[in-house]
Design a binder for this molecule. Structure first.
Ligand code: S3P
Length: 437
């Protein structure tokens, strides 16, 4: 594996459009596959995770054709038992959502995951699906369940389920299973999480209602394709570029057609609260072409002040916390990120990966336990020092550390960066675009 060296520094300037949002892409593929009619998915992102969902659906008998930045899904009213175990690579969203689908299918499937996903907990999704009637066996270790899994689906009944962890993946798996269950399914969230599944099911004609933290699905009508879906740019990918522009003096960038779904905008809200100059211009009406809000972001460099991120805000920026930690190193004062414990269950333990890296760059960073909550405390020094860094095989740690290295004094060397192909393979191209414009 070739290390990645950051030594030349630059001032990000110019306009950029990003590939489609990863979370929305998974749902667009799966829900189109379960619907009557053909669906064209525009601005479809091609990366390891979206391709994992695409290949799993193909193995289940769904016809999908790929064109230039779009895919065409031929909706099916029935999935086919796969000929061999299905492989979800390291895509947690693919695995958890597809378990919801397989819970309702009348056959047995073995699901195998890649190295990183095989170490991530699955009991949180297996438990509610078993309550609905699915039979699931998994690797058992220390009271937790891990892939590989074997699932036998069919004959489900709807449940009322209060989520013990704030997880959009688990919520979505239950709702997808609810599509083929007898009776209504209700999911009650402890803290609201991203609502892409609810929005998309509604757009495909499902009888779904949302009342504050409670989502009710009645499986009384089949899904019908709206014909086409426009996927907005990925706010999680935009976050790396936005933080870079904020912390490098003299920067000004415009990120076009990015997702502005309120359940994903935590990073924008918190950076603005820290004093970042971010102008949000939402699209309206015809410009929108999507049931997901989107718009342009203009980001200008400037000074940041520390803030406190509360546990209720965490799901709205769960994937952006690593790069927020980088921003906090450049802010004046003590930033506290409260209740960030879920970060330990991502592709790697992201609290550990970020603390190890930022400490090696001389950041002042501490972890404090407060009851059940795990809090990250960063005292901004206004600088980081370049050094040897590690991606831990995790795409978001890798990209956060490239941002940190570009803003740091001196050069840095990152051990392994190809893991960024999981969500943002054009990350380095995007940086080059902002360098040249
Ligand atoms: C996702 C939900 C989040 C997020 C993940 C994608 C989704 O996970 O971290 O990258 O698409 O539903 P949890 O909701 O399980 O925390």
């Amino acid at each position: 594996m070739k290390p990645f060296v950051v030594k030349d520094k630059f001032i990000p300037c110019g306009r950029i459009s990003l590939i489609g949002d990863k979370s929305i892409a998974h749902r667009a593929l799966i829900i189109s596959a379960l619907s009557r009619g053909k669906t064209i998915i525009k601005n479809f992102p091609v990366h390891d995770d979206s391709l994992a969902t695409l290949s799993v659906l193909t193995a289940l008998g769904v016809r999908i054709t790929r064109g230039d930045e779009q895919v065409l899904v031929w909706g099916t009213q029935g999935l086919r038992k796969p000929r061999k175990p299905i492989f979800v690579n390291n895509s947690g969203t693919t695995l958890r959502l597809i378990l919801g689908v397989l819970a309702g299918a009348g056959f047995k499937t073995k699901v195998i995951a890649g190295k990183y996903l095989s170490a991530r907990p699955m009991a949180r999704v297996n438990k509610p699906l078993r309550l609905m009637g699915a039979k699931i066996t998994a690797k058992d270790r220390g009271g937790e369940e891990y892939p590989p899994l074997v699932i036998s689906g069919g004959n489900l009944k709807g449940i009322v389920y209060r989520l013990p962890v704030a997880s959009a993946q688990v919520k979505s798996a239950i709702l997808l299973a609810g599509l083929s269950a007898l009776g209504k399914t209700r999911v009650i969230e402890c803290i609201s999480t991203r609502d892409h599944t609810e929005r998309m099911l509604k757009a495909f004609g499902a009888n779904i209602t949302v009342n504050k933290n409670s989502i009710t699905l009645r499986p009384d009508r089949g899904l019908t394709s709206p014909g086409q879906i426009q996927i907005p740019g990925d706010i999680s990918s935009a976050a790396f570029l936005a933080v870079l522009a904020i912390i490098i003096p003299g920067s000004k960038i415009v990120i076009e057609r990015v997702s502005l779904n309120p359940s994903r905008c935590g990073i924008i809200n918190i950076l603005k609260r820290m004093g970042a100059k971010i102008k949000v211009v939402p699209f309206k009406g015809d410009e929108l072409q999507s049931f997901e809000p989107m718009g342009n972001l203009t980001v200008i460099s400037g000074k940041l002040k520390a803030t406190v991120v509360n546990p209720s805000e965490i799901p709205s920026l769960i994937d952006e916390i690593p790069v927020l930690m980088v921003a906090a190193c450049f802010a004046e004062g003590r930033t506290i990120i409260k209740g960030a414990g879920e970060l330990r269950f991502k592709e790697t333990d992201r609290i550990n990966s970020m603390v190890v890296n930022l400490k090696s760059m001389q950041a002042d960073i501490r972890l404090i336990k407060s009851g059940d909550l795990e809090n990250i405390v960063i005292k901004g020094k206004g600088f980081l020092n370049g050094t040897k860094l590690k991606s831990f095989g995790d795409h978001r740690t890798a990209m956060s550390m490239v941002v940190a290295a570009l803003a740091a004094k001196g050069s840095s060397r990152l051990d392994y960066i190809s893991c960024i192909s999981k969500s943002f393979p054009s990350f380095l191209t995007a940086l080059n675009t902002l360098l040249r414009s």
